[in-house]
Design a protein around this ligand. Structure first.
Ligand SMILES: Nc1ncnc2c1ncn2[C@@H]1O[C@H](COP(=O)(O)OP(=O)(O)OP(=O)(O)O)[C@@H](O)[C@H]1O
Ligand SMILES: [Mg+2]
Length: 303
């Protein structure tokens, strides 16, 4: 479970992002979100609510303290099954959620999370969603005991990590990784925030195959003027992705050829940002934008 770190106070957020202008006309991938709504609620909704001593702590917490009466049952949301996640989390849990017979939503419930952290995650999701790179928060609230919160968002299909593991074709794998690299760039340049926890399990595909960020709990606004800080931020996001892909490579899920190519591309971009004339934020943006163009090549082009 991502736990938000130092969160920028809302009042200090810039009302506009002047440093975005040099690249604001870059073509963004068209992301329309899930359109095929209307899954029916499962018949066993709530069936596992009572007397289930096996539910772990977070699950119990989320099914009890985290449901203000204004949000449950017929009023708004019904909770479906817990969604199995890659890594079990000490603080949070994700459920299917339904409203008006439509179950194309999930509820992410977090214990040990402050109101400020929940608000920040929602804000970051919505900023990212405005650029088509995340699903927006459909609803959110603070749990009854004020020690956690819940965020409802549209259901997505599969994580990048799982998709890579289940796609044997290296060329297709590279296409997905490339998409993730471009998303990181766009989030930094076009939206002006960093993800903060951009491992391969924190990207998900929609049913239509569009890649999006999830889990914006550690996201932050980027400094508008500090070039070094911005360089560190984008390096961190790339490195987080790189490390998670290294683990997949070590488990034989992606080839070393892809991993080496990825390393080369990331190093090229970071080197170019670091060494060329980056004394102003706008030149940093231009460098980043042009350098990352190389990423669109493929390790398979010579085959
Ligand atoms: N919108 C969604 N649609 C479908 N499944 C989702 C959605 N959001 C999250 N999930 C599932 O729930 C898991 C956990 O969600 P999320 O990454 O937001 O929480 P987390 O516990 O903070 O994760 P982390 O381990 O990265 O800190 C995801 O890996 C994914 O499997
Ligand atoms: Mg996650």
């Amino acid at each position: 479970m991502a736990v938000t770190q130092s969160v920028v106070p809302e009042e200090s957020w810039p009302s506009s992002l002047p440093y975005l202008s040099p690249l604001k006309n870059l073509p963004l991938p068209v992301r329309t979100g899930t359109q095929d709504r209307g899954r029916k609620p499962p018949s066993d909704l709530f069936s596992d609510y009572e007397d289930d001593e096996d539910l772990h702590k977070s699950s119990k917490y989320c099914k009890t303290s985290c449901f203000p009466t204004t949000k449950i049952g017929v009023n708004t949301w019904k909770l479906g099954k817990e969604i199995p996640v890659g890594e079990p989390s000490a603080f949070g849990i994700v459920f299917e959620a339904c409203r008006d017979q439509n179950c194309d939503y999930v509820l992410k419930c977090m214990s040990k999370t402050t109101k400020h952290q929940i608000k920040n995650e929602v804000k970051m999701m919505n900023l990212c969603a405005a650029a088509g790179m995340c699903m927006p928060a459909t609803d959110s609230w603070i749990c009854d005991d004020k020690k956690g919160g819940a965020i409802i968002m549209p259901l997505l299909d599969i994580t990048l990590k799982t998709k890579l593991k289940t796609t044997p074709d290296g060329s297709k794998q590279w296409d997905m990784i490339k998409e993730a690299l471009l998303l990181i760039r766009d989030l930094h340049i076009n939206v002006g925030i960093r993800h903060g926890d951009s491992h391969a399990g924190n990207f998900m595909f929609t049913k239509r195959g569009e890649l999006m960020f999830i889990d914006m709990g550690q996201s932050k606004m980027l400094s508008t003027q500090d070039v070094d800080a911005r360089f560190k931020d984008i390096s961190r996001d790339y490195n987080k992705l790189r490390t998670s892909l290294m683990h997949l490579m070590q488990r034989g899920k992606i080839s070393s050829k892809i991993y080496d190519f990825l390393n080369e591309k990331i190093s090229d971009v970071l080197h170019q940002i670091k060494t060329e004339n980056n004394s102003t934020i706008s030149s940093l943006n231009n460098l980043e934008g042009s350098a990352i163009g190389d990423i669109t090549s493929t390790p398979y082009s010579d085959l």
